[in-house]
Design a protein. Structure first.
Length: 391
């Protein structure tokens, strides 16, 4: 699960990391009011940033600096009109603009092979790390955190110096340790700060100093661990979620929408992957990955059918059920019910084997469903009927 920059920053703050204050505004007028507050508090300029779950906002025109509240308002209005990789901007973050001296990259991620949290840093901040990895891999410094002790002092120091943050190594080491803690505390997959920036700030006494701060934050949480963190579920941004994903989650169905035309309904993740492979081999393109899970009852089958049919691109449905705990006749009943309430007539090919397959076959035959005995046959039939009107 991806969360918005503002929420990611809250998780960093909770670990004591230096994040400049911000406000979130839902309208251009609110952005103006926020800007007014920062300017009154002494900021020379404010920054207005799109809150969308994609990177590269800077390049896409989703980050604007403003010298007045009016400018912040028009900036926010402009940002809300920008399409970011197909996503509509509904919120902006407003903060006092940082006076950036230099930008760095720092992130914590999971190194599955080492089974540890990996910290990755680079002096080439502000740039997407994939670009740095491709053009100048030597510029990336990596260190592992200890599974129990976290990031050890010597390693944190090696990272900071390796990134060219020698003058700020204590702050950099503390931030690196904090990113590691943020990973573990929230069961995150990625905690990325880009840019981590040296900024110039004027203190209360008027003297100018430099400080290291987290100017951007991107966090992805492990979906499978969300049940351990009830509070984090609230950070899911439903504005940016495909309604089908929410519906699937509510039904306990594992569903991932794809671009093809053959809707797939399968029980078991492995079988669902195999089914997709065979659809491709038969010359078709799967419209989705869908695993209805073990022991699925007929109501779940109808729900899965609705999910598949909501996608207007779907031209045929392939049902592939291996009856174990899931009973074939239950699925057949579910399919018959689902078809009765179907709003769109899409041809369906069903293969059910295993527990109560014979009973299922009889029910489906009576209901005049197209059936298949092997998966290859089912895939070939589904691809063949796609696009043709249902019988
Ligand atoms: P991203 O492009 O989606 O990763 O958004 P970022 O928050 O990283 O912003 C992109 C770029 O905008 C940064 O690399 C900075 O160069 C610039 N930027 C962001 N915030 C500020 C700020 O407060 N002051 C200044 N001067 N530039 C900023
Ligand atoms: Mn960034």
């Amino acid at each position: 699960m991806k969360i918005q920059e503002a929420d990611a920053k809250s998780l960093l703050l909770a670990e004591g990391l230096p994040v400049p204050a911000w406000e979130v505004a839902r309208t251009a007028a609110d952005a103006r009011a926020s800007a007014e507050r920062f300017l009154t508090a002494g900021a020379e300029r404010v920054v207005v940033k799109a809150q969308v779950l994609v990177g590269g906002r800077g390049k896409a025109g989703g980050v604007k600096l403003a010298g007045s509240a009016a400018e912040a308002e028009s900036g926010a209005a402009a940002i809300r009109g920008v399409e970011n990789k197909g996503l509509t901007v509904r919120k902006v973050l407003v903060a006092a603009a940082a006076d950036i001296v230099r930008e760095f990259y720092l992130a914590a991620t999971i190194d599955r092979r080492a089974r540890r949290v990996l910290l990755m840093g680079s002096a080439e901040g502000g740039v997407e790390i994939e670009e740095v990895a491709a053009s100048n891999p030597g510029a990336i410094v990596t260190v592992h955190a200890h599974p129990y002790l976290g990031l050890l002092d010597a390693e944190a120091r090696r990272l900071a110096f390796g990134m060219g943050l020698g003058n700020h190594w204590k702050a950099a080491a503390a931030i690196a340790r904090g990113l590691g803690r943020t990973m573990v505390a929230n069961d995150a997959d990625l905690v990325e700060v880009n840019p981590l920036a040296i900024v110039r700030e004027r203190g209360a006494d008027g003297t100018v100093g430099e400080r290291l701060v987290c100017l951007d934050a991107k966090i992805t949480l492990d979906d499978s661990a969300l049940s351990r963190h009830p509070g984090l579920e609230a950070l899911r941004d439903l504005d940016e979620e495909d309604p089908a994903d929410g519906a699937a989650r509510a039904e306990g169905i594992n569903f991932i929408k794809l671009d093809g035309t053959i809707g797939c309904m399968v029980n078991g993740a492995g079988l669902a992957m195999t089914t997709m492979d065979l659809v491709k081999r038969a010359g078709g393109e799967p419209a989705n990955f869908l695993d209805i899970g073990g022991g699925a009852r007929s109501d779940k089958v109808s729900a899965a059918m609705r999910l598949i049919l909501e996608d207007p691109k779907v031209q045929a449905i392939l049902v592939n059920i291996f009856g174990g705990i899931t009973r074939g006749d239950e699925v057949a009943h579910g399919l018959i019910e689902a078809r009765a309430e179907q709003t769109r007539d899409v041809p369906m090919v069903v293969r059910i084997v295993g527990t109560n397959a014979e009973e299922a076959g009889r029910l489906l035959e009576e209901a005049r469903f197209e059936t298949a005995t092997s998966l290859d046959e089912a895939a070939a039939k589904a691809v063949a009927v796609a696009g043709r009107p249902a019988a």
